[in-house]
Ligand binder design. Sequence first.
Ligand code: NAD
Length: 486
Amino acid sequence: MTQTLDRDAFFIGGTWRAPATAETLQVVSPHTEEVVATVPAGSPADVDAAVAAARQAFDTGPWPRMSPQERIEVVQAFSGLYAARLAEMADLISLEMGSPTSFSNLAQAPAPWMMVEAFLGIAREFPWEETRPGALGADVIVRREPVGVVAAIPPWNVPQFTTMSKVVPALLAGCTVVVKPAPETPLDAYLMAELLAEAGVPDGVVNFVAAGREVGEHLVAHPGVDKVAFTGSTAAGRKIASVCGEQLKRVSLELGGKSAAIVLDDADLGATMEGLKFIGLMNSGQACVAQTRILASRRNYAAVVDALAETVSSMAVGDPMDPATEVGPMVAQRQQERVEKYIALGQEEGARVVVGGNGRPDGLDRGWYVRPTVFADVDNRMRIAREEIFGPVLSVIPFDDVDDAVRIANDSDYGLAGTVWTGDQEAGLDVARRVRAGTYGVNTYTMDFAAPFGGHKASGIGREFGPEGLAHYTELKSIYPTTPGM
Ligand code: NAD
């Protein structure tokens, strides 16, 4: 890319507006450790301006008063524009956070676009206003109205995926939005803002202010915000939920995970390894749904560990822009250090490194790389089995029988995702029904945007995607039309 990616303004109130302070964010390539762009860092004053614009657009602007069909047409135009820029979007995300281009061209840009298309279909069928027979003999009108001004706070790991899952249902419902992109990944958000403006979203309906945590806290607590939609760490989710609880703000939280993949003895080991490679190490292990606890029966344990060791050791680690790369760098040095600390901790806890371990991958002295690592002899009580590492580290845990496997899978603070690998579809579905997780795959893990996605337990509150994900941006209102004779 020859053209500069630097920016000097925020998208607020439908225009590119100068920042309130001279503070900047530097976007650093995790592969080269070089600054690739400089953008303004949002301050509380910028957030105040963005919330004021969103508030005005909600309270007096056309967007919440348009028909759902009129809003669908604008979002449809956005979808068309977005579809034409997928490769560019994928490249921006690989550049700013190091996602392997193979993953970016699947999940970082095309998947968010597919999500928009799915939400458009859902919005066309959604019961925005229905008349139902009342219990008192007269009909009742039930309306789903926009919840108001939404604060959308995504993380850096899948920035467009987690922004789209909030902005698009919010728009379709008639809400207005302030997006606070993570400081590591502002560049994709700038492109998204341009495309929304080009699609004809009215002024003030969507506003973007990239900033760090403290400014995020200011946005969450802002009295002009009606609902917070957050994706990120469980620690931040707890804080946000407590502020929203105090203020009685609507809140939805998509948080961390420590999901388990259960490998039953009748699983096709080759196909299972292909699956585990993806669901365990996608996005270099920086995925909330990553299934990093691999549960194998004691009888089949050695075979699973050997197959996994062979699979992971053959994965290509390196430059995210190389199409052959399967594992790229960590997003930042602090994330590299965090993963290395967990690898050391696993060894202290008595787990056995069968692949990887600390040290840099061969030939990668620059960039925030770690070695993809597989631990065997892991006990589910160890911290490496309980805490989210958010890097390419898998733990293989033995189980006695299917009941024991389900018990171990459920013995977690989290409950976001999971899979079972088996030759028996019915047995797989039985396990799927018993694991306490918001999403579950049998011999696969593919998110379907028609179905709700979210977590049990410390993995979050609420759901994204599907009609349930759209409903989170609406408030219910019941209208009792005059009953004759009353
Ligand atoms: P993080 O919680 O540190 O930050 C996420 C976002 O929230 C960033 O934009 C950050 O600036 C902001 N933020 C942080 N603290 C805040 C606060 N108190 N108030 C307001 N805003 C705040 O998380 P991260 O390190 O950027 O992302 C990784 C985490 O996200 C992992 O735990 C991962 O599991 C989770 N995640 C979950 C999902 C999901 O759908 N469940 C998807 C992707 C990532």
